[in-house]
Design a protein around this ligand. Sequence first.
Ligand SMILES: *Cc1c(COP(=O)(O)O)cnc(C)c1O
Length: 393
Amino acid sequence: MHDDLNDWAMATLAVRAGQVRTPEHEHAEPIFPTSSYVFDSAAQAAARFSGDEPGNIYSRFTNPTVRTFEQRLAAMEGGECCVATSSGMAAILSTCMGLLQSGDHIVSSNAIFGTSVILFNKFMSPFGVETSYAPLIDLDAWRKAIKPNTRFLFLETPSNPLTEVADIAALAALAHEHDCLLVVDNCLCTPALQQPLKLGADIVIHSATKYIDGQGRCIGGAVVGNKELVGEKVFGFLRTAGPTMSPFNAWVFLKGLETLSIRMQAHSHNALALAKFLQQNDNVTAVHFPGLETHPQHDLACIQQSDFGGVLSFEVKGGKEAAWKVIDATRLLSITANLGDAKTTITHPATTTHGRLTDEERAQAGISDGLIRVAVGLEDIEDIKADLGRGLV
Ligand SMILES: *Cc1c(COP(=O)(O)O)cnc(C)c1O
């Protein structure tokens, strides 16, 4: 079956890749809730522990359900290896711990998930790993921020909540010119819409909690890349330190992957319709969505992504008061900062996800008081429009 992996299209990989049927001939992927594995003999145990013989030893290292998820996601991203983790943040931490050492330097986009910034600034810096920040779409600024000890460039594209789109191929070329790795957090697009490794990135990171689950149930993450970086170095940290994915969560994510492509198309379809609807409202001063022809990187998004995703943001006249009015007038949408759910979510970044920044930092990040972010779900688009429209009159 695995010989077919190279020929199969994304939708087929999403349903079939990684499954190894047991002697029970089950059709669906089984869950293996076991902490350890039994050996045929003392000699086999010794061979497994020494690494001479491949196979399971202990579920902090490997588990068959988790492995099926890893192989399926690796196939969908076009990567050699995947390591599943207990959360998206554990994926980023494991990447740092597996690949960096004291004295190394990261250049990161300044428009990344807030907790990633805290991880770099507060928890990596005491171990001698410094991080500089560059505006996502300013290639010159990235170039200038690179130092002799820079080990990786780190970004998310499109950014959240302003949906700026970075040129992955250009940044990969820049990274490689300077002997650095390009690490892309592909949470917002997923491999269904964007495959950073095929554009030259070295490592892809996921919060599986978002679209891979797709229904807001489990916390998990993943790191995808080549054998040396991910299969040995990141995996080496994971099996030692233990931020491992549980087999139960892996099973939920496997089921999520099976419908990922059609869900991402449906999210994208609803988000584009909502963006166009918002653009026509007199109380809306700006709509940020890469699918709009007015978006500054629309052409790049058309080349780099197969669709535009489910996250958009927009600005209303009247600042915070008006934004809160729109949010509080909703009856269908969920007021929560999560994203990647079948349920549409709405949040006010200035007072939630970006609330701990100073006014100046917030202004620099482009987060105005009137900005609202919507992660568009799978409800009927007319109901979503009506719910948002209620506070926009
Ligand atoms: C949510 C998120 C993370 C962190 O993932 P968890 O699963 O919550 O640990 C990292 N990056 C991005 C872009 C996210 O949206």
